[in-house]
Design a protein around this ligand. Structure first.
Ligand SMILES: C[S@@+](CC[C@H](N)C(=O)[O-])C[C@H]1O[C@@H](n2cnc3c(N)ncnc32)[C@H](O)[C@@H]1O
Length: 289
């Protein structure tokens, strides 16, 4: 039943409860129960009350440490958070970016990756897979995008959405379905991969201070793994990347001026850019390991 995601152990520790919508179908209950069993989280039957009441009742019943409630709907998952926010899958800005690329426009991330049809991308910080979706459009059906997410509720919600979300544009839905999402820590996945397994290895770690807190991104901050890109992770990424490692950062962020990078792609008016490590700089990282 849970065939839309590859689940690994040792994920970012965000415990949560799992339930269904009110008046669920039998399949929803089965799916919620099997999800809880498979992930070691706590299933709670959806009583008539609100999610707030369900959460409070579970807290009084014993210390679960749960950060929120994953709700199994008929065709999507949402994560209810006690802060009054709901995390759900949506393609976000990827729709506009794909539309622009389809019209011959320029996308700074795709330019930084120098991405073309048939290539392979490993996205080590999947989040909502908005960047992975644009990359999946750019590499086309002959290419491949694998995304890795270490926060379990994020990974489950996004993987389900990638499988079920329907967008009016076929050129958004088709690349969405092709993304392979793995619930794991990216360091673990990188370690298992041979040299040059992907053309590009990509990182978009959480910024300490959000650039612009949109309602779409805010709930992600409560569930996300805040780990930065460590030196060891970067070395592994350089080994697995055949052409380049690309890291998203603020134009005034640490990666923009890091001596290990080859170039920083980002317009002067943009607050965000992409640090690229390729060629001699990539080789130096691998050799220095
Ligand atoms: C800023 S978000 C990425 C947003 C993404 N680029 C998008 O377009 O939606 C960073 C994500 O990386 C995840 N993450 C952080 N460290 C990770 C790691 N070591 N392995 C896998 N995922 C990680 C966080 O949980 C979070 O969901």
């Amino acid at each position: 039943m849970i065939d839309f995601i590859e689940l690994r152990d040792g994920l970012c520790g965000v415990p949560f409860l799992i339930t269904t919508t009110r008046d669920p179908r039998a399949e929803q209950v089965r799916e919620a129960r099997s999800l809880a069993e498979r992930t070691g989280q706590t299933y709670v039957e959806r009583s008539v009350g609100s999610l707030t009441r369900l959460y409070e009742a579970a807290r009084h019943a014993g210390p679960s440490g749960a950060k929120g409630i994953l709700v199994v709907h008929r065709d999507e998952y949402t994560v209810w958070l006690p802060e009054g926010l709901t995390f759900r899958y949506h393609p976000g800005m990827a729709v506009h970016r794909i539309k622009s690329l389809a019209q011959g426009g320029h996308d700074p991330m795709i330019s930084a990756m120098e991405l073309g049809p048939g290539e392979r991308v490993l996205d080590c910080t999947a989040g909502l897979c908005s960047d992975a979706l644009v990359a999946s459009f750019a590499v086309g059906p002959e290419g491949a995008v694998q995304a890795v997410e270490s926060s379990l509720p994020v990974a489950l919600t996004v993987a389900k959405g990638l499988r079920t979300y329907e967008c009016e544009r076929k050129d958004v839905t088709a690349p969405m379905r092709r993304i392979r999402l793995v619930a794991a820590r990216s360091d673990e996945v990188l370690r298992e991969l041979p040299d040059g397994a992907f053309d590009v290895v990509y990182f978009d770690p959480m910024f300490h201070e959000p650039v612009r807190e949109s309602t779409g991104i805010a709930p992600l901050r409560y569930l996300a793994d805040p780990s930065p890109v460590s030196a060891a992770l970067l070395t592994e990424a350089a080994r697995v990347a055949r052409r380049s490692v690309v890291i998203k950062d603020r134009t005034d962020g640490p990666w923009a001026h890091d001596p290990r990078i080859t170039r920083f792609v980002g317009g002067r008016k943009r607050r965000i850019g992409y640090a690229v490590i390729s060629g001699a700089e990539r080789s130096r990282l691998v050799e220095g390991a």
